[in-house]
Ligand binder design. Sequence first.
Ligand SMILES: *[C@@H]1O[C@H](CO)[C@@H](O)[C@H](O)[C@H]1NC(C)=O
Ligand SMILES: *[C@@H]1O[C@H](CO)[C@@H](O)[C@H](O)[C@H]1NC(C)=O
Ligand SMILES: *[C@@H]1O[C@H](CO)[C@@H](O)[C@H](O)[C@H]1NC(C)=O
Ligand SMILES: *[C@@H]1O[C@H](CO)[C@@H](O)[C@H](O)[C@H]1NC(C)=O
Ligand SMILES: [Zn+2]
Length: 297
Amino acid sequence: MEFLSLRLPVFFLLSVLIAKAPFGDAWGKEGHIMACKIAEPYLTEKTLKAVVDLLPETAGGELSTICPWADTVRFRYRWSSPLHYINTPGVCNYKYSRDCHNSHGEAGMCVAGAINNYTNQLYGYGNPSNQYNLTESLMFLAHFVGDIHQPLHVGFQDDEGGNTIIVHWYRRKTNLHHVWDSSIIETAMRDYYDNDLDTMVEGIKLNITGGWAEDVDNWQNCQNKRATCANDYAEESIKLACDYAYKDAEQNSTLEDDYFFTRLPTVKKRIAQAGLRLALILNRIFDSENSQQIQSY
Ligand SMILES: *[C@@H]1O[C@H](CO)[C@@H](O)[C@H](O)[C@H]1NC(C)=O
Ligand SMILES: *[C@@H]1O[C@H](CO)[C@@H](O)[C@H](O)[C@H]1NC(C)=O
Ligand SMILES: *[C@@H]1O[C@H](CO)[C@@H](O)[C@H](O)[C@H]1NC(C)=O
Ligand SMILES: *[C@@H]1O[C@H](CO)[C@@H](O)[C@H](O)[C@H]1NC(C)=O
Ligand SMILES: [Zn+2]
């Protein structure tokens, strides 16, 4: 399909723009792909059928291939740019009414609002009077559930979620937001997982059935029957942003082993939570009978 086969120069130009723009780096491609790969085996048969039906042909039936898509349309769909994050007024808590809006003050235009928006649209699957492009709804939803779990996607207004905090990641100059989008993941992949994304996914899956097994029920616990628990996920993120991301990271800090070792477990856990909760949301939408809990595999 057209949208995935942008010709090279256009794509290159877009990448340059994305790299330069504040908030440009949404949770790196790897983070999104991994979260979606974690989700896939938890989809029920009925859910998977609907998902595959909605995926663009180029996805080859694999949800994870479309999970970075929303970042590639931030400029084509300018209105979608604020949907990737939340800013708080410099405080370590989140309030929907205070924080979930775009720069024009339009309510709901933030990542939590977007998750509920695209979830609601997808409830129209199979309804002939549905007016939305549900392929896009699915691609947005799968992406934004990833973003809301990246702690610095719920960060402070003043530093644009860490984008304006310039740091060194080992010897390389970057910004704090990018460290959490990409650098921690890339360093972990290089040091522990043979630079292979699937190997890292397997490692995270082992933690899900191992060390985290007892927490997993709590991650899935979402009393909100029709909407999602996006507000809870945002609240978790700003807490983690304060306790782990911003902590000991100031303008011109050099972040290396100490920071890496103590933050990596949080990054892995957020990817796991994003995956399981995406599966939960999709199962509730497409297979309400079998989705009280996520099906184990
Ligand atoms: C909801 O989705 C529609 C269609 O993509 C979009 O125009 C609108 O801005 C979205 N609103 C939010 C809060 O995500
Ligand atoms: C739905 O959105 C996708 C992705 O943007 C696009 O390729 C497709 O043509 C759209 N479908 C319709 C019916 O507009
Ligand atoms: C996750 O798995 C790794 C590798 O097997 C292990 O070292 C680590 O302790 C595990 N973490 C938890 C929380 O179980
Ligand atoms: C930033 O830190 C580096 C090394 O830690 C130091 O050499 C440099 O002078 C610092 N720059 C500023 C503007 O503080
Ligand atoms: Zn994003």
